[in-house]
Design a protein around this ligand. Sequence first.
Ligand SMILES: [Zn+2]
Length: 255
Amino acid sequence: MLFDSHCHLSHEPLVENLPEILAQAAHKHINGFLVPATQPPDWEATLQLAKMYPQIHAAIGIHPWYISACTLTDYEKLEQLLRENSDLLLGEIGLDFVHARDAESRQHQIQRFEQQLDIAKSASRPIIIHHVHATAACLNSIKRCAFKHGGFAHAFSGSLEEAQEWIKQGFLIGIGSLLLRPHAKKARLAAQTLPLEHMVIETDAPYMPPQDKPYNSPANLQQIAQIIAELRGIAYEQVARITTQNAMAIINKIH
Ligand SMILES: [Zn+2]
C-alpha cells in the first residue's frame, strides 16, 4: 500500500472525476490520502470527502496565499471545526516568501501562521506546512509558539541540514513530485539520503504535474516511490511500507 500524504482531491479537475481518480490510484495500490484544504470555501468540501471515503483523511487551514481574504470569523470557524471533528489535522498553513517579498507582508504571514499554530496547539493537532524560501522563519515560529505536535513538512526541496531541523521539531519530510522532474537535484539528494523513518511521499496533485501532463494525479505516487527505491538501492516494497507507516502513525495519534 502507498499513502499520498499531500494531494488536493477537493480541487478541480480531480474533484469532478473523483471515483475514477481513486480507482486509478487503487489500481496502483495507493489507498490512503491526506487532503489539506487551503481556504474556508474549501473546508466543507474536504470534510465531506473524508466522510464519504474511509481512505481519505482531511486537514483544514488557511494557506499563506489566502490569508488576506480571511477575517477573524474564519479563524473562529477553524477552531470550531477542529473541536467538532476530532480526526482533523490543521493545514495547509505556513510561510511563502516568494509570494510575500517585502518585510510588511512577510510579517503579516508570520502573524497568521502563528495564530494557526496556537489553534493547532490548543487542539493538539499535527499540522501540514507549506514552506517556500522560508524554512528558518517557519522553524522560528514553531519554536516561538512552543508547538510540539509535529506533522508534515510538505514538498521538501531544501538542504539536508534543513531536513534535520524539521525532523528535530517532530516533522516528517514530504518528498514528492519534484522527483518526476530530472533537474530537481536537492529533492533527489534528500530522497536518497534522508532516513526513511522520517520520510513520507506525496504528489501535491493536481499541482506540480509531470512535464508531459496537464495536471498531476495521485496515481503518479507509485512512480515517486519507485524513483526513491532506485535512488536508495532498496526494494520498492520497503519504501511503500515505511512511508505508509510513517504517515499513518501521525494520523492514528489523533484518533
Ligand atoms: Zn498543497
